[in-house]
Design a protein around this ligand. Structure first.
Ligand code: AMP
Length: 477
């Protein structure tokens, strides 16, 4: 459908869409909204940033508006995603809506949530742990929740929430409408869908194996020891907001500190931070109060910040699917973005797993034993996949920037603690050696300034003018 008016949505929602400048439905919205409005269950998969929230949110709200006895529950894997979903749904509802809401996420005061629950909400959005907490304390009653959305279900299972989800589902009425969204559909999700969905309509928009088509992806094969100095080069060459993904919480903190010492405006976000702090960091990043967010995979999904122009995979993700989610932080809602991925020789197995996910029919990529920080086009310019009709263009792996040569490598970052999910029990997805400690590649400290981690300091100290969003000028060494 070309137009939101054609769906038969309530007038109040159409007005909100106009206010929010939603002119045309995205492909997932065009497919899912009419099916959901008919009352059918949906097993949906879509790329990140494609407008999934409105795809389930508009039918959900239409149902709540039509039936004052109905209530709805949206379950999401992380507090950030739940908060974001709630914000979108409240935007659609508008300020004066009589439909009350409750956001039930961990790390927030129970008192505040009791207050919301006491006010008689009909829309609940939350994370599995806290929803169960309220169910156990009987502060939450889901007997009339006849509309259920499980968002980013693969992520929830990855985080070990399957028992929690099963518990929650026992509290919902059997006769209900269920919409299950998942970026990937492995066997466990299909099993869950078979148990909990009734004759679902299968909706897939684009291939969930392919990142959004307006992301220009570059790979750089590089020794571990050269990564940090190359990162600084890249930060100099790029303009606009950047997310840098690293493997561990420890290294996220360390890298952000290190970049600040280099006079970049940078903050770190990871699962060890309190929810309030994470919220504050996301809000200030959204407001362009700083330029660089160093993140672990906790930030890989759900973050919807339209102005993120670059994603740098400093470390590869533990789970191949997270590669797609990470780079999906840029090129939101049809905008353009760039993603750069550092691949060290030790990353070979991980990269092969990502490559297999993206190109199930392609040959294994080369071994990548190139030890110089040499940028390489992957597979001779091979593209990762098909196009999305709406956004048209295919991903571009070519061209972009020139590498300035001749700088001595900085020290590599050390090994830190690994980022855990909120529920543990994470599926790994990679087999084989980690590569750490293999001959020829530095691990942890490798000479230089003698500080562990991100290596020798940039001479010259702080430079003036590190304002967010400004292109950084390199101080003379
Ligand atoms: P989502 O995938 O739901 O997180 O949405 C990604 C971004 O796209 C959000 O900023 C939405 O506000 C925006 N968006 C979703 N649908 C539309 C639409 N039909 N028109 C314009 N923007 C949209």
């Amino acid at each position: 459908m070309e137009d939101f008016n054609a769906f038969g949505l309530p007038e109040a929602l159409l007005k909100s869409l106009e206010r929010l400048n939603f002119e045309k439905p995205t492909p997932i919205q065009a497919q899912a909204i009419p099916v959901a409005l008919e009352g059918r269950d949906i097993l949906g998969s879509a790329q990140t940033g494609t407008g999934k929230t409105a795809a389930f949110g508009l039918p959900l709200l239409a149902k709540l508006m039509a039936n004052p006895k109905s209530s709805a529950l949206v379950v999401a894997p992380t507090r950030e995603l739940a908060t974001q979903v709630m914000k979108s749904l409240q935007d659609f509802l508008g300020r004066n809506s009589p439909i009350k809401t409750a956001l039930l996420i961990g790390g927030e005061s129970m008192f505040k949530q009791y207050k919301q629950l006491d006010a008689g909400p009909r829309l609940f959005v939350g994370t599995p742990g806290r929803i169960n907490d309220h169910l156990c304390r009987r502060s939450l009653e889901l007997g009339s929740a006849d509309f259920l959305v499980l968002d980013e279900t693969d992520r929830m299972l990855d985080m070990g929430f399957s028992v929690q989800i099963n518990k929650i589902l026992k509290h919902l009425p059997k006769k209900r409408q269920t919409l299950l969204f998942s970026a990937t559909l492995p066997e466990d999700i299909v099993k869950l869908a078979n148990s909990y969905l009734y004759n679902p309509e299968r909706i897939a928009v684009g291939s969930t194996r392919t990142p959004a088509v307006k992301i220009k992806q570059d790979l750089m094969r590089i020794p571990e020891a050269s990564k940090y100095s190359e990162l600084l080069e890249q930060l100099d060459q790029r303009q606009g907001s950047i997310i840098i993904f690293v493997k561990t919480k420890f290294n996220a903190d360390k890298m952000a500190k290190r970049l600040r010492r280099e006079d970049h405006s940078a903050e770190a976000i990871h699962g060890d931070l309190r929810h309030n702090k994470r919220e504050r960091l996301i809000k200030t990043f959204r407001n362009s109060e700083y330029r660089i967010l160093v993140a672990t995979d906790i930030a890989a999904r759900g973050l919807d910040i339209p102005h993120i122009e670059h994603v740098i995979n400093y470390d590869l993700p533990q789970c191949p699917e997270d590669y797609i989610h990470r780079i999906g932080r840029t090129a939101r809602a049809g905008a353009e973005g760039e993603a750069l991925c550092f691949i060290t020789p030790a990353d070979r197995y991980k990269w092969n797993a990502i490559h297999r996910l993206l190109n199930p029919d392609a040959k294994e990529p080369g071994s990548g034993s190139n030890r110089e920080a040499k940028r390489k086009r992957f597979g001779g310019g091979k593209r990762f996949g098909g196009g999305n009709k709406k956004f048209g263009k295919k991903p571009n792996f070519g061209g972009g920037f020139k590498k300035k040569g001749g700088k001595p490598p900085r020290k590599s970052d050390g090994e830190g603690r690994s980022e855990g999910g909120e529920g543990g029990n994470r599926r790994s997805g990679f087999k084989g050696r980690s590569g750490a400690g293999r001959p020829g590649f530095s691990k942890g400290r490798s000479g230089g300034s003698g500080r562990p981690g991100f290596g020798g300091g940039r001479p010259g100290g702080k430079r003036p003018g590190g304002r967010p969003g400004m292109k950084r000028r390199r101080a003379a060494a």
